[in-house]
Design a protein around this ligand. Structure first.
Ligand code: 6PG
Length: 485
């Protein structure tokens, strides 16, 4: 087979197959390969039949079917399979050829792989691809990073297959060096976790406090999806609530309440702790999944820990549903504000030049968190690329102040009714913490200094000067060194 394909894709699971079909539908010739070659046969004789898709029989065959510079995209399970394929490919590639990893790889792995592959005279791109199987086929959001020199060769394919916003701009642009692309995809997934948990908490309140049926909730989500909350996740929630089994029972009432996870949310929380960023909402959403998974323990505890309120509501239901809408909107703004804070901290730590407006644009369409609201975030960062926090943008500052009462009412009502709302609670606590001029950390510093001579700064002295008090009269004047994590 001689040099006819624009790109080769390894890995014929659903994302790989759909990306290949998407590329082919945009006029690219694609070579497909899979470790178990019978899958290649099955694909070329099935979904790929009659299309410009070549089924490669080996790695050598795949590589020799590609135009130069060769571009090979891995759509395999994150982790060891990516490293294995990189090592299998390297001996067959020439200087300037490009290996692309389109899986959900952890960004430190991508950092390492960029260095390794570049040391062999090749280029490496680690890219986030979001949108699930439908997105992969019809237009995903693509977040590439790594060897910038490789971007011009890959750009026409990626921007060609990506989702487009209304004016035709693709939801794909260069993110940055090293693991920047996979970092941004990780934050996307963290935000996805947060958005989902927020919707779940609102659903829980609607169901258990307001006593709404699945059909009634469907109507509310339908209405919300026509306004500012318009988003893919609200849309699918609307449809899930309307879905009935053959006997007329809403399927949602028969699905077991225990959540799975593949790890990207956990990475987001872990990295936030490492960077020292208060990413409270997303991290709580990961813990909420962990708590949900303790099903047997919760069932047992529900028989023992019976003290607590019985949900009841005697207020104005319609007005409270408006509060729920405002609460969801406000909490979303706070979650995204925290996610962007984390990207800013990472850009500083890893020397990435991230364009926050472009990231919002990449998330505007194609991906799981796509929403109308990301258009407003793009505008905020376009107006002020150095915006310290999304909450300080004039548009969002006005919005959050208008909606904070709803968030406060909903969170306190949930707590009064015994409904767990870790993410709504994280949101209002962050809002109040962020806007508090004087937090109680003065006492915390005093405590640290009392038991460990960790020193403190004073309100009546310039910043950067540290003091120690001999609190008990028994300690000496020796202070411990100060440092920030
Ligand atoms: C996407 C999704 C996807 C993710 C799934 C499952 O952007 O298309 O984020 O990458 O793997 O949503 O994630 P969990 O199994 O962790 O919920």
């Amino acid at each position: 087979m001689n040099e006819v394909s624009d790109i080769g894709v390894i890995g014929l699971a659903v994302m790989g197959e759909n990306l290949i079909l998407n590329m082919e539908s945009k006029g690219f010739h694609v070579s497909a390969y899979n470790r178990s070659v019978d899958k290649v046969e099955h694909f070329v004789n099935g979904r790929a039949k009659g299309k410009n898709i070549y089924g490669a029989k080996s790695i050598e065959d795949l590589v020799s079917s590609l135009k130069s510079p060769r571009k090979v995209m891995l759509m395999v399970k994150a982790g060891k399979p990516v490293d294995d394929f990189i090592d299998l490919l390297i001996p067959h590639l020439n200087k300037g050829d490009i290996i692309i990893d389109g899986g959900n790889s952890h960004f430190p792995d991508t950092e390492r792989r960029v260095k390794y592959v570049e040391s062999k005279g090749l280029y490496f791109i680690g890219t986030g691809v979001s949108g699930g199987e439908e997105g992969a086929l019809l237009g995903p959001s693509i977040m590439p990073g790594g060897s910038k020199e490789a971007w011009p060769a890959v750009k026409p394919i990626f921007q060609g297959i990506a989702a487009k916003v209304a004016d035709g701009t693709p939801c794909c642009d260069w993110v940055g060096t090293g693991g920047a692309g996979h970092f941004v995809k990780m934050v996307h997934n963290g935000i996805e976790y947060g958005d989902m948990q927020l919707i779940n908490e609102i659903y829980h309140i609607m169901k258990n406090v307001l006593g709404m049926s699945a059909g009634e909730m469907h109507e509310v989500f339908k209405e919300w999806n026509e306004g500012e909350l318009d988003s893919y996740l609200i849309e699918i929630t609307r449809d899930i609530l309307a879905y009935k089994e053959a006997d007329g029972t809403p399927i949602i009432d028969r699905i077991l309440d225990t959540a799975g996870q593949k790890g990207t949310g956990k990475w987001t929380g872990t990295v936030a702790l490492e960077l020292g960023v208060p990413l409270t909402l997303i991290t709580e959403s990961v813990f909420a999944r962990c708590l949900s998974a303790l099903k047997d323990e919760r069932v047992a505890a529900s028989k023992v820990l019976t003290a607590g309120p019985t949900p009841a509501f005697d207020g104005d239901k319609k007005a409270f549903i408006d509060h729920l809408r405002d609460a969801l909107y406000a909490a979303k703004v706070i979650s995204y504000a925290q996610g962007y804070q984390m990207m800013k901290a990472a850009a500083k730590e890893y020397n990435w030049e991230l364009s926050y407006g472009n990231i919002a644009l990449m998330w505007r369409g194609g991906c799981i968190i796509r929403s109308r609201f990301l258009g407003n975030i793009k505008e905020a960062f376009d107006k002020n690329p150095d915006l310290a926090n999304l909450l300080l943008d004039p548009y969002f500052a006005e919005k959050i102040q208008a909606c904070q009462n709803g968030l406060r009412q909903v969170t306190s009502t949930a707590i009064q009714n015994g409904i767990p709302v870790p993410c709504l609670n994280a949101a209002i606590s962050f809002y109040d913490g962020y806007r508090t001029e004087r937090l109680p950390a003065n006492l915390l510093q005093a405590q640290r200094d009392y038991f460990g001579a960790h020193t403190y700064e004073r309100t009546d002295q310039p910043r950067g000067q540290f003091f120690h008090t001999n609190w008990t009269g028994r300690g000496g004047d020796t202070a411990s060194t100060t440092y920030d994590v």
